[in-house]
Ligand binder design. Structure first.
Ligand SMILES: Nc1ncnc2c1ncn2[C@@H]1O[C@H](COP(=O)(O)OP(=O)(O)OP(=O)(O)O)[C@@H](O)[C@H]1O
Ligand SMILES: [Mg+2]
Length: 265
């Protein structure tokens, strides 16, 4: 039965998509069967893993999987042991469909059920086929985010060491608690990952330390720093990337910590 994990924070540009992609890659490299799900209409995880524009997946995405209640039809194989449920711009119309029954193509496909539990129910169709399901979420609270949280056993909170990210943390913790109460998976924060840390800035250093004081049991010891090869993953991807080793280097420590925490639960 797959363990389901969401990377999230209600703040933009904190490394959610990058981390989800790298985590999916490292899990499959370690022999796990992985399904990566893009719940963000920006389609960044989709582009990172598929190395194609997210518009290529118009009509063939997680949105249609949800609307037709058919996950398997829309799963895209990426490489051995790694599959993707892609997203594109139209995922932004998910709430409209939930509340009006209208799809982006103007068809009426009425939605019945609990708006926050759609994804969790959909994933029942595929849980047996994977060891891990990892989900990327958008930067704001939405049905896309709520569904990912409710469908998840664990949440990794992405913390880019800055003031606005710091102030986003309590709201996001509330969202995770809400998902735990709403859903059936006992959704819990497995850790806070400090990302994109700019080692030259004293304010980043301060916010890095404050979060460790606030949540000593939750922060991962690994701190991901800003490094060009990590940023350029968005450009070069995983398959033909001469600096892949440098891009993955610091994330391997995070991976070890995360697996250890999951296994000791
Ligand atoms: N450790 C890093 N060092 C340098 N650049 C990074 C690092 N992590 C991510 N980036 C770059 O920073 C930008 C934001 O990262 P990413 O898209 O993963 O964040 P996000 O939280 O998913 O953003 P959004 O909220 O828009 O979905 C991207 O251009 C990415 O390539
Ligand atoms: Mg993103």
């Amino acid at each position: 039965m797959a363990i389901t994990m969401t990377m999230g924070i209600q703040k933009g540009g904190c490394g959610k998509s990058t981390t989800t992609g790298i985590l999916a890659y490292l899990l499959k490299e370690n022999g796990y069967r992985v399904l990566a799900i893009d719940m963000d209409s920006q389609g960044n995880l989709t582009e990172l893993l598929s190395e194609q524009p997210s518009n290529e997946f118009m009509g063939k995405s997680i949105l249609e999987a949800i609307q037709e209640n058919d996950a398997k039809k829309y799963i895209v194989p990426v490489t051995e042991n790694l599959d993707l449920l892609p997203a594109n711009n139209f995922l932004a119309t998910l709430p409209r469909w939930i509340y009006t029954g209208k799809t982006y193509q103007g068809e009426a496909v009425p939605f019945k059920g609990n708006p926050s539990m759609i994804l969790d129910k959909l994933l029942d169709q595929v849980r047996e086929e994977y060891d891990f399901i990892v989900l990327d979420t958008p930067p704001s609270l939405s049905e896309q985010t709520t569904n990912a949280l409710v469908a998840s056993d664990y949440v990794v909170v992405m913390y880019e060491c800055s003031n606005w990210c710091y102030s986003a943390i309590p709201n996001f913790m509330d969202s995770v608690n809400g998902a735990k109460e709403l859903g059936n998976r006992n959704t819990q924060v497995i850790g806070i990952l400090r990302t994109m840390n700019d080692v030259r800035r004293s304010d980043a250093k301060a916010f890095n330390e404050i979060i460790a004081e606030d949540y000593p049991d939750l922060v991962f010891a690994t701190v991901i720093t800003r490094k060009a090869p990590v940023g350029r993953l968005a450009l070069y991807g995983f398959t033909d990337n001469a600096e892949l080793k440098q891009a993955l280097d610091q994330y391997k420590n995070f991976y070890e910590e995360l697996i250890q925490r999951v296994q000791s639960q």
